[in-house]
Design a protein. Structure first.
Length: 338
């Protein structure tokens, strides 16, 4: 296979060379389309259809799927069936190795998650006080105290916990967010023993240089931090930012099938990085070869049919680059969309 010479003269595949540069050998895709993808939609997806999408995504090779959020159903009816979804998933035959996560914003949401058997809790604090108040009804300081306590409670119960800093790269209301504010929140999480930390670009303001710099600063706080990223494609930089995060040592990436989604409580809501497009990128780097693009694309096409519109992602329409990546192939074949 074609190889790349390193500075020391040894020959490596392109993917191996890139992975060595980034300091990681593998990545995890955390599919958030059922939550962040659907929360902004006016048309509510029936529970059985959601379960069908979850099953197909689980069988695609994705190992982490966010089922929904535990929020007020009157304010966000798309998430009204989250408890039922978890109960039915736990009652059904399960694809081995797949973890189902749920988002919680407050103590009541955490209680609901415990009651229906959530495997893995995601919770976060916005570095923008304005966004925090619009999203949760709490300022940043109050939210940080409550979320940190909730994270410790979930961890003590043996649950997986990811904490995030939302609006980490900028805010649609406040503009630039000082990195020091983001890093202060990260330190509070780490001091509480919560070391799986996501930086979320809620407003889509990030650029690749900013991404590399901020994740380098996070790593400098504590090398034990398991870094995660969550990017929106509001201004067309989502995939470039994900690549920059990977080069900075990030190992977990949140994305949504079809590029669905957007935060209803930010100034300009736009979709997440598209899962198929992200997997295709990593395929070209020699990673994520065990994820079947076509299976994810089928879910995206079904969602596009349900909502009656084209979705923002690219690869479910074009198929992957038709020739192999330089290190031996771009992964499983995918049929181009109509």
């Amino acid at each position: 296979m074609p190889t790349t010479k390193t500075a020391g003269g040894d020959a490596r595949s392109r993917g191996e060379s890139e992975a060595a540069h980034a300091g990681v050998a593998a990545v995890t895709i955390h599919e958030v389309g059922l939550r962040d993808g659907l929360q902004i939609e006016e048309q509510t997806v029936p529970t059985d259809r959601k379960l069908g999408w979850i099953d197909r995504l689980a069988r695609s090779g994705l190992t982490s799927i966010q089922v929904g959020s535990f929020v007020n159903p009157q304010k966000m009816p798309q998430m009204a069936d989250t408890d039922e979804l978890f109960r039915r998933l736990h009652a059904a035959a399960r694809v081995p190795g797949v973890v189902f996560s749920g988002l919680v914003l407050n103590e009541r949401g955490l209680e609901r998650g415990f009651a229906c058997g959530v495997d893995y809790f995601c919770m976060g604090v916005s570095a923008s006080d304005t966004h925090s108040r619009k999203n949760t009804g709490m300022g940043t300081e109050e939210a940080a105290g409550r979320i940190t306590a909730m994270g410790r409670q979930a961890a003590a119960a043996g649950k997986g916990v990811q904490v995030s800093v939302q609006s980490a790269f900028g805010c649609g209301y406040e503009g630039a967010v000082p990195p020091a504010r983001v890093l202060d929140l990260v330190r509070r999480f780490v001091d509480a023993g919560l070391t799986t930390v996501s930086l979320a670009d809620t407003a889509g303001h990030a650029d690749p240089a900013q991404v590399e710099d901020l994740f380098a600063a996070v790593r400098a706080i504590d090398e034990k931090i398991a870094m995660t990223c969550h990017f929106h494609d509001t201004f067309g930089l989502g995939l470039a930012n994900a690549y920059a995060a990977w080069r900075a040592g990030v190992t977990s990436f949140e994305s949504a099938f079809g590029g669905l989604g957007g935060c209803p409580f930010t100034a300009v809501a736009a979709g997440n990085v598209c899962t198929e497009d992200l997997v295709h990128l990593f395929n070209r780097l020699g990673l994520c070869r065990d994820v079947r693009l076509e299976a994810i694309a089928e879910v995206t096409r079904d969602a596009a049919s349900f909502f009656g519109r084209a979705l923002p992602g690219v690869i479910h329409k074009t198929g992957p680059i038709p020739h192999p990546a330089p290190d031996g192939g771009a992964g499983a074949a995918i049929a181009p969309g109509p």
